[in-house]
Design a protein around this ligand. Structure first.
Ligand SMILES: Nc1ncnc2c1ncn2[C@@H]1O[C@H](COP(=O)(O)OP(=O)(O)OP(=O)(O)O)[C@@H](O)[C@H]1O
Length: 246
């Protein structure tokens, strides 16, 4: 099978600090792939390289069989990649509905024009409502975002990424800072995402993350230490030594 995402020899340094070291990674269609590693291992940097927020110094990124190494972030999104960020990056004064509509517009070529016809607008509004319903926020559509809880914002972020109908979704610590109840809501939400969408996730909550993952890659000092099935990586002594044991 062809991988949906393939990284070959990817490297990145910030000044003298080498944070990504010759990373090779293959992710197959529909896979739930977990990136683990101690703080500072370079996980978020790898997401930034994949999404195009940072430019790699060397190596190659192939998305759905296409070389996207030199493409800007927006083009990668057009080619099927969506991500959420570790820090909530939404428009606080705007309603939940408008936030989702902005995400929908981000995917649409209409973005750079004015609104199209009234029926276009109706379709867009209906889709935004459907996306909010899917993450259990339908009843809050008209509320300004700043009146929602942190957990709801994190759910909205996932909704906005899904609204773009990605083929590959990057989730950066979707459970960070959430209560046990909110974590459970996100866990269920993640479990409901269509298997056609490939997901790569960074997450430190091992209980949820391990239940979710098919395959795991362990990073340390920017380098892939090992990758394999969940069982292979969990049972490897290096995982305990470098990550789980700390
Ligand atoms: N824009 C930047 N400029 C300089 N150094 C950076 C930049 N972004 C990340 N780094 C450094 O790169 C290293 C890896 O950081 P990164 O955030 O990728 O790690 P991480 O594995 O995601 O960590 P965490 O689990 O704490 O989120 C760190 O030493 C960090 O300080």
């Amino acid at each position: 099978m062809n991988p949906v995402l393939e990284l070959s020899g990817l490297s990145k340094a910030f000044g003298g600090l080498q944070v990504t070291r010759g990373v090779d990674l293959r992710v197959e269609q529909g896979e739930r792939h977990l990136l683990i590693g101690p703080n500072g291992a370079g996980k978020t940097t790898l997401f930034n390289l994949i999404a195009g927020d940072f430019r790699s110094d060397s190596g190659r990124i192939s998305l759905l069989g296409r070389d996207v190494t030199r493409l800007p972030t927006a083009s990668r999104a057009q080619h099927g990649l969506a991500r959420t960020y570790q820090i909530v990056t939404l428009f606080g004064k705007d309603t939940l509905l408008h936030n989702v509509m902005l995400a929908l517009l981000g995917k649409s070529p209409r973005r750079w024009r004015h609104w199209g016809s009234l029926s276009d607008e109706r379709t867009m509004t209906a889709r935004a409502h459907a996306v909010l319903e899917a993450v259990g926020l339908g009843h809050k559509a008209a509320l300004p975002l700043q009146q929602t809880s942190y957990g709801e914002k994190r759910r909205l972020e996932i909704a906005m990424a899904l609204a773009q109908e990605p083929q590959v979704l990057l989730l950066d610590e979707p459970l960070a800072g959430l209560s046990a109840e909110e974590r459970d809501t996100i866990r269920q939400l993640l479990g409901q995402i269509d298997r056609k969408i490939t997901i790569i996730m960074i997450e430190h909550d091992m209980e949820v993350a391990l239940a979710f993952a098919d395959r795991i890659t362990l990073l340390h000092y920017g380098e892939v230490i090992l990758g394999g099935t969940r069982e292979q990586v969990v049972n490897d002594p290096r995982t305990r030594e470098i990550y789980l044991g700390h």
